[in-house]
Ligand binder design. Structure first.
Ligand code: HPA
Ligand code: MG
Length: 226
């Protein structure tokens, strides 16, 4: 399924790299909501693997910034599950190491995809006042990063509130040729450039209620197209 890749330099942690020829596990090997049985092709990353990897990322984050209070900025909607699981693991690790850190969570909502295509423009929807970030250590938590264009725009936006430090955790990074922006400091998995759903990642708002990260089928693409 995957291999481990060494960190490329200081400050960049390793990641799990899923190769181009990985098609995912057969659906028969897992459980998933019955209403999606025609709409997904395979289980690409099982929920348990996501959780185990997230626990490890929480450790990296604690090692780096665990001595300071943190504001976690969850990028909605796709980031809500990763963010909530990551924050839970950070809290458990705090308790186990007897640290008393305040972890505050703020939210920002972005939209840039229609069907399985990126639209040119980034929409910050319902953007609230993020002045609470001023002077704080901010951890941006995003489910998926491809060209990094969205992340670049978001970093600029967040930077305008003058936080002390900004780090980014991305569960998935897509292997694309046209990287134009910033990549996360903490990466769960590097995946081929294909459209995946589940674990809060959607296709036109469908599939967020799927625990595993899956590959959508052609039937699914047509059924939920707008
Ligand atoms: N799936 C869901 N949402 C996304 C993806 C994806 O592969 N890439 C960017 N937004
Ligand atoms: Mg989406």
């Amino acid at each position: 399924m995957a291999e481990y890749v060494q960190p490329r330099g200081t400050g960049i942690e390793g990641r799990i790299v899923i190769k181009d020829d990985w098609l995912g596990y057969s659906l028969e090997l897992f459980t998933y909501p019955e209403h999606y049985h025609e709409d997904i092709e395979s289980v690409y990353i099982p929920h348990g693997v996501i959780m185990d990897r997230t626990e490890r990322l929480a450790r990296h984050i604690m090692d780096d910034i665990g001595d300071h209070d943190m504001v976690v900025l969850c990028v909605l909607k796709g980031g809500y599950k990763f963010c909530s699981d990551l924050v839970e693991f950070i809290k458990v690790q705090c308790r186990n190491s007897n640290k008393h850190l305040e972890t505050r969570v703020e939210f920002i909502r972005l939209k840039s995809y229609l069907n399985d295509q990126s639209t040119e423009d980034l929409h910050i929807i319902g953007s609230q006042d993020l002045s609470v970030l001023r002077g704080k250590n901010v951890l941006i938590v995003e489910a998926i990063v491809d060209t990094g264009k969205t992340m670049k725009a978001l970093l600029k936006h967040v930077g305008s509130f003058e936080p002390k430090m900004i780090k980014v955790a991305g569960l998935l990074v897509k292997r694309v040729s046209n990287v134009v922006g910033s990549l996360p400091d903490y990466v769960g998995f590097e995946i081929p450039n294909r459209f995946v759903v589940g674990y809060a990642l959607d296709y036109n708002e469908y599939f967020r209620d799927l625990n595993h990260i899956c590959v959508i089928s052609e039937i699914g693409k047509v059924k939920y197209k707008i």
